[in-house]
Each structure stands twice: as structure tokens, then as C-alpha cells.
Design a protein around this ligand. Structure first.
Ligand code: NDP
Length: 325
């Protein structure tokens, strides 16, 4: 495993990490979740990502129970949670957004569900136009000083807002945002590569990126039909199936269809090439993987070796192909 600094912080995260979205508490049972966590940890993965909204809090309960059962040393892994959406489907007004009230309650609840004393990373899951940036920064600073959170950050915030939070923190000697969690994959790259470009160095921002495979589209598994045992084949993921397969009028699906042939040129799987592509961006602190079975983790973790063996000419060839598809 390779370990990378979380931006300018001293924390070293595994370059590949593992998240719970739409799998834990929904698609896979407790035993499968436990076995995947154990496998990932044994391979050197040291960051497991979660959020209050995943399976209405159940994803955190599943992860907490699994880690408890595995009895892994707490100092050998990092855990995250994120607050904003509340625990859907119908959170009360006090139970969503980024108010001091909700950020604090959601932190306490995540600690209970995950069965830990502190969160390593805590994210504002989306921007909240109803809460002043000052209130958010002050609340996060308090949670860090209380020892309940080690690093705080944002997810899918515009660069200008991240900058505003960092400037407020700096001006008031408070702890500012350390990381962002954006979507980043071959089909979705603009925010990471362009919008955030000015703030990586100025803020020391790290990024922990999500959906490296665009929910599995970049594995090529959806080229012919939607397999019943896949994420997009789940009946309660109809909204996601539409969002992924119809993105940009089907252009994403058409571009993904070109990936298997390209991957074959480099003697790897499409998933490995797609994940290696994320890893080659030096601003990426960790690529958060998703998986529904151990065999996927095994395949995807081998993307690290692919990233290490591809040279500049290979990446140029890949970029040319992406631009042409
Ligand atoms: P991916 O885009 O990599 O999708 C993962 C899914 O693709 C798996 O669950 C599996 O689904 C399928 N898959 C993975 N590997 C393979 C393979 N080798 N062959 C075939 N199919 C494969 O990542 P996620 O969308 O899961 O995102 C990763 C994590 O990022 C999440 O768990 C979450 O922690 C975080 N995230 C954060 C968000 C945010 O707003 N901050 C939003 C979304 C995610 P299946 O087998 O069921 O088809």
C-alpha cells in the first residue's frame, strides 16, 4: 500500500480507501461488510468512509459493529462521517443542514453508531446557504478542540466557499478545513482539476475522492445490460441508474464503453485503469473505493501497481483516447 498526506496535514491515509455508500446496510449483509473491512485493512487500507445519511444511519451501525467484532486497533485506521442531509427520509428542521445544532448532534450520533470516541475526519456533506460560514467554522473548531474530531472538511463545496471558510478560520485563529471530498473519475474531472487548482497549495487542501468507477460504469459491466446483482440493478437504486446511465444524454455510457479496449492495451482491467487514473493526480490524498464483494476489492486494490508501472507516454495515450471518445 502507498500512503499519502492529507493535504498539508501530518495524517497519512492509504492511497486507496473504502466507503460504505449504498452498500453497507442496504446491498450487503453484516457479515459481508465485516469481511470486506477485514480484507481491506489486511491489505493496508487505513481509511473507512461513512456518513449519517448512508442507509439512514444504518451504514454507520454496520461499520461500527463490524469494527467492534474485528477488534482492530483503533490507532490502525481512520473513520469519517459527514453531516448535512440528516437521516432521510424525513429529518426534522433541527436534524439537517450545517447549523451548530445539527453538526454537533450528528457528530455525537455518528460516534455512537460507529462505536468510537472520535472521528478522524468529519465533513460538511454539502454547502448550506442557511448557515453562516462563521457558525460552521466555529462549530467544527469546537468539535476538534473537544477531541471529538481530528480533521474537518467539506464535500462538494465550491472553491470560493472553501476559501471563505479557510480565511475566516485563519483570521480568527481557528482550525480551518483540511480536506474536500469531491467526485473524481474519468467522466467527471473539472472541479478537481480546474476549480480547485488555485486552492490546493494556498490552503494545503487534501482531497479524498469518491466514485472512481462512476458507480461501476467504468468497469464496462453495464455495456450490454444491467446485471441484476449490480448496484444499478437494485430496485431501490432506480434514481441512480437513471443518473449514471443517462448522464449527458448517454455520453458517459458511450465513453465508458471504450475503456475495456484501452485497458487491454495496458494488460489491466477497466476498473484498474480507471482507479489508477485517479491515483496519478498528485492532489488526490486517497481514492475512496466502493465494493459489494471481496473479489472487487482484490481487483481494485491492484490498481496501485498499475498506477506505478504506467509512464508519462502511457498516460498521454490514455488522455488522447479519453479526449477522442
Ligand atoms: P465506485 O464508483 O467505485 O462504485 C463502486 C461500485 O462499483 C461497487 O459497489 C460495485 O457495485 C461496483 N464495482 C466496484 N469494483 C468493481 C469491479 N472491479 N468490477 C465490477 N464492479 C465493481 O465508488 P462509490 O460510488 O461506491 O464511491 C466510493 C465511496 O465514496 C462511497 O462508498 C462513499 O464512501 C464515498 N461517496 C461520497 C459521496 C459524497 O457525496 N461525499 C458520494 C458518493 C460516494 P456492484 O457490485 O453492486 O455493481
Amino acid at each position: 500500500m502507498e500512503y499519502r498526506r492529507l493535504g498539508s496535514s501530518g495524517l497519512k491515509l492509504s492511497a486507496l480507501s473504502f466507503g460504505a455508500w449504498v452498500t453497507f446496510g442496504r446491498q450487503v449483509d453484516q457479515r459481508a461488510a465485516r469481511d470486506m473491512l477485514a480484507y481491506a485493512h489486511a491489505q493496508g487500507v487505513n481509511f473507512f468512509d461513512n456518513a449519517e445519511v448512508y442507509a439512514h444511519g444504518v451504514a454507520e451501525e454496520v461499520m461500527g459493529a463490524a469494527l467492534h467484532e474485528l477488534a482492530l486497533p483503533r490507532d490502525s485506521y481512520c473513520l469519517s462521517s459527514k453531516a448535512y442531509f440528516g437521516r432521510l427520509p424525513d429529518p426534522a428542521p433541527t436534524q439537517r443542514g450545517l447549523s451548530r445544532k445539527h453538526l454537533t448532534d450528528a457528530c455525537h450520533q455518528a460516534l455512537r453508531r460507529l462505536r468510537v470516541d472520535y472521528l478522524d475526519l468529519y465533513y460538511c456533506h454539502r454547502p448550506d446557504e442557511d448557515t453562516p460560514v462563521a457558525e460552521i467554522v466555529l462549530t467544527m473548531d469546537t468539535l476538534v478542540r473537544q477531541g471529538k474530531v481530528l480533521y474537518w472538511g467539506t464535500s462538494e463545496w465550491p472553491a470560493v466557499l472553501i476559501n471563505a471558510a479557510a480565511e475566516f478560520a485563519h483570521a480568527h485563529h481557528l482550525i480551518g478545513p483540511q480536506m474536500e471530498q469531491p467526485q473524481y473519475n474519468m467522466l467527471h474531472r473539472e472541479r478537481v482539476e480546474q476549480e480547485y487548482a488555485p486552492i490546493y497549495n494556498s490552503l494545503g487542501l487534501g482531497i479524498t475522492t469518491w466514485s472512481p468507477l462512476a458507480s461501476g460504469l467504468l468497469t464496462g459491466k453495464y455495456a450490454a445490460k444491467v446485471p441484476a446483482d449490480s448496484r444499478l440493478g437494485q430496485s431501490d437504486n432506480a434514481w441512480l441508474r437513471e443518473a449514471v446511465l443517462d448522464a449527458e444524454g448517454g455520453a458517459h455510457a458511450r465513453r465508458a464503453a471504450a475503456l475495456p479496449a484501452l485497458a487491454m492495451e495496458f494488460e489491466c482491467s477497466p476498473a484498474q485503469l480507471a482507479i489508477a487514473w485517479c491515483l496519478k493526480n498528485p492532489h488526490v490524498s486517497t481514492v475512496i473505493l466502493g465494493a459489494s464483494r471481496i473479489s472487487q476489492l482484490e481487483e481494485n486494490l491492484a490498481a496501485l501497481a498499475v498506477a506505478q508501472r504506467l509512464d508519462a507516454a502511457a498516460w498521454q495515450h490514455i488522455e488522447n483516447n479519453l479526449a477522442a471518445s
